[in-house]
Design a protein around this ligand. Structure first.
Ligand SMILES: [Zn+2]
Length: 82
């Protein structure tokens, strides 16, 4: 029963570090065809869809759309319910 406390804390920490390190993998630079190079991008919410939020990445210099992605938060809900 002494080991239960510390083990719980360490597993909680690992779970919290997981998602935050994921954010570092998110695109901060994408190739912009207008600028002809990889540019820092601005992430903006484009649409809210039933399966998730659709984000658009825009070039910070010329505003050209250089990519988009859907954040599926449906999975979060199912995790929370468990
Ligand atoms: Zn550009």
């Amino acid at each position: 029963m002494d080991t239960q406390g510390p083990f719980r804390y360490s597993s909680l920490k690992e779970k919290r570090q997981g998602p935050s390190s994921y954010h570092e993998f998110e695109a901060t630079e994408l190739y912009c065809p207008k600028c002809g190079k990889a540019v820092p991008v601005i992430k903006s919410l484009l649409l809210v869809l039933p399966e998730g939020d659709k984000y658009e990445y825009r070039c910070r210099f010329c505003g050209t759309s250089v990519g988009d992605k859907i954040d599926r938060h449906g999975q979060y809900y199912s995790i929370l319910r468990m």
